[in-house]
Write a protein that binds this ligand. Structure first.
Ligand code: 13P
Ligand code: SF4
Length: 319
């Protein structure tokens, strides 16, 4: 505990000295979430992280999350220094959608509007017409569908299927998935629901369709938080990364939050409800990168300029 307190003090001092602000995702360690908030930064979902970073006056942003979040910050703020505690913090959706194969997929469907999820590389974003996060994907695809667009969707197949079911849009889909949400299991969830008959079930739409079908509320991390606050229930079963539990519990002290079941145990489940890349972020690394100016995010300027168009569209749509 003393080491943690020292590191937190050091980070607070360095943030001030470097005119820096910290932005953390709900899935990173509670220390990094609390520190971001205490120091005038933000803990939030990927959409609001992007907007906050763009609009903040600081000259340096420390992005605690995964690589695509740092890249999005750089694309939106090319003049700011973007630091990340861990450059190898990837995402299975990003890794599973390499630009060459994705470009060929787009070339094969030239009549379709290309909608890509934020969890992608800058190069993939640069091929897109629209960027979406899980908090605005449904509304954006519904609006495009209403205007008669046919959609090319990438990379998360579960989120894409969910949106297709909700909107009836004509969508061809990349077959990527999140290694965390893909592990939630409907049969085990039903058994848990049986043990907690009054619990409401909150599900992130990167989860499989049969898990989504059991939900009382489906939505992004911020939508899950909102549902937990607003729903008239004392108990909730939550199917998303368990980093989320920190915020859910601190904001709802009288309510109980239970993790939805994954494949079962660490021998069979690759991620067990916690993203291994999000878990790479820590206090020690934040202090180091701030002190030494390490782990700066660079995005090729031409790619960044093109990738900015779909991101700006999303931010304007959701403003
Ligand atoms: P959001 O729901 O916060 O957009 O996050 C999805 C995600 O998986 C980030 O890694
Ligand atoms: Fe990617 Fe899933 Fe990790 Fe989010 S939780 S960064 S979608 S692998």
């Amino acid at each position: 505990p003393q080491r943690r307190a020292e590191l937190k003090d050091k980070i607070r001092r360095l943030l001030k000295e470097r005119n820096a602000v910290m932005v953390s995702h709900y899935y990173v360690h509670p220390d990094l979430q609390d520190l971001a908030e205490e120091t005038g930064g933000l803990v939030s979902d990927s959409l609001e992280m992007a907007r906050f970073g763009r609009d903040h006056a600081a000259t340096t942003l420390v992005v605690s999350g995964v690589r695509f979040m740092g890249e999005t910050a750089k694309i939106l703020s090319p003049d700011k220094t973007i630091l990340m505690p861990e450059l190898e913090a990837h995402c299975s959706l990003d890794l599973g959608c390499p630009i060459d194969a994705f470009s060929a997929f787009c070339d094969a469907h030239p009549d379709r509007t290309v909608v890509v999820y934020a969890n992608t590389s800058a190069a993939v974003k640069a091929r897109a017409d629209w960027l979406v996060t899980s908090s605005c994907a449904l509304e954006i695809v519904a609006a495009l569908h209403a205007k008669g667009h046919k959609i090319l969707w990438a990379p998360d197949k579960h989120l894409g299927d969910y949106i297709q079911r909700q909107t009836g849009a004509d969508m061809v889909m990349w077959q990527g998935s999140c290694i965390v949400h893909d592990e939630f299991k409907a049969t085990e969830l039903q058994a848990l629901m049986h043990e907690h008959p009054d619990a409401k079930v909150l599900v992130h739409p990167e989860s499989p369709a049969d898990v989504i079908a059991l939900a009382d509320a489906v939505g992004s991390t911020s939508a899950i938080l909102k549902a937990a606050r607003e729903m008239d229930a004392r108990e909730f079963i939550v199917a998303t990364d368990n980093g989320m539990m920190h915020k859910l519990r601190t904001l709802n002290p009288g309510k109980t939050f239970i993790e939805a079941p994954t494949a079962g145990n660490s021998a069979t489940c690759k991620s067990c409800a916690h993203c291994p890349w999000m878990a790479m972020n820590g206090l020690e690394a934040v202090a180091q990168v701030l002190e030494k100016g390490l782990n700066t995010i660079h995005v090729d300027p031409a790619t960044a300029a093109r990738a900015r168009l779909p991101i700006d569209r999303m931010l304007a749509f959701t403003a």
